[in-house]
Design a protein around this ligand. Structure first.
Ligand code: ASP
Length: 326
């Protein structure tokens, strides 16, 4: 079966481009939560508008992806920042990364709860340290030192996420945890962009997977797995079962196919997401290449996603369906 959401999009205007995702594994089309569909679309639209504003004012791709992801982190519907899922012991540990394709600088944090916007913590690591990835207490100390806005645990608590943890733990007790309910188990937010100057950037942020082991780090903050950007090839932000994305080096693999092979972004991204399925990996990516073409393939039932059309209009979709223009 080939990846869904795979029509080739854009790339001939050499202009700005922006695409976002809010996680692979969407709400069921026919389930009780389908009434939330409009709220999810609104969240994607807000993120795309935030990024569009920056790109339209001749801002950088780096700032656009940072703001788009921060907007999704503020929305409790998405599994990142405020809406982060719980670990198996009821804690929350967030991961985030940002990468500038201009010079391949990158910053990431893992296993943190405290920064109101983990993506801003990742950005601070990139901008103000000599490191790429800071974790846990050290990362939090760094954030305080650099004036990153911190907030208390109550801000990150949601009844829905707590219930999802209880459901997952119950399924595990009954030996049924390996079901296909992507929505209940994971999610992540991410953005990729190309600015007027031809620079590419990617940003990703997540609470990880429901009931993950404390200390587990997924693909999102791992450069080359869940996040990657290089002006010479493309920018990629992934979502899905992180262990598989790490093992396949998904984001870097897509870029490598552009660099060394003759595949287009669309072909490379679709092929890598198809191949991921062969080892059992579920999820998708949003990606943009140096010409501004975007690809948004996934191998799950759906992926919250959207992009800017050439005239700046916003297109969103959740399942394998035509994009809706807003
Ligand atoms: N990739 C994230 C992780 O494994 C979760 C997700 O995108 O659903 O932590």
């Amino acid at each position: 079966m080939s990846a869904s959401g795979t029509a080739a999009i854009g790339g001939d205007n050499g202009d700005c481009a922006l695409a976002v995702h809010g996680g692979a594994g969407t709400i069921r089309r026919d389930g009780p939560s389908a009434r939330l569909a409009d709220s999810y679309r609104d969240g994607l639209c807000r993120a795309l508008s935030a990024g569009r504003e920056i790109l339209a004012a001749h801002g950088t791709a780096l700032d656009a992806v940072t703001q788009a992801v921060a907007s999704l982190e503020d929305d409790p519907l998405f599994n990142a920042g405020r809406g982060s899922v719980f670990t198996g012991t009821g804690t929350q540990e967030m991961d985030a990364a940002v990468m500038d394709g201009c010079d391949r600088r990158a910053g990431a944090v893992a296993g943190v709860r405290g920064p109101r916007n983990p993506i801003l913590a990742a950005r601070a690591v990139m901008d103000h340290s000599e490191h790429v990835l800071l974790i846990g207490e050290g990362a939090l100390a760094f954030c305080r030192q650099h004036g990153i806005a911190m907030t208390d645990p109550a801000y990150f608590f949601s009844t829905e996420r707590w219930k999802a943890l209880q459901d997952e733990l119950e399924l595990r007790r009954r030996g049924l945890a390996l079901d296909d309910d992507d929505q209940r188990r994971h999610g992540t937010v991410g953005a990729v962009a190309r600015d007027l100057y031809g620079n590419l950037a990617a940003a990703t942020s997540t609470g990880g997977m429901t009931a993950k082991a404390p200390g587990r780090v997924g693909d999102s903050p791992i450069i080359g797995a869940g996040t990657f950007a290089d002006n010479a090839t493309c920018a990629v932000s992934a979502t899905g079962h992180g262990e598989y994305f790490i093992r396949d080096g998904v984001a870097f693999e897509i870029a490598a196919r552009l660099r060394h092979g003759s595949q287009s972004l669309h072909q490379a991204a679709c092929a890598v997401i198809d191949e991921l399925r062969n080892i059992g990996g579920r999820g998708g990516v949003v990606a943009v290449d140096r010409a501004g073409a975007v690809a948004l393939p996934f191998n799950t039932a759906g992926m919250y996603r959207g992009y800017l059309g050439p005239d700046g209009s916003i297109y969103t979709a959740m399942w394998d369906e035509p994009y809706r223009r807003s």
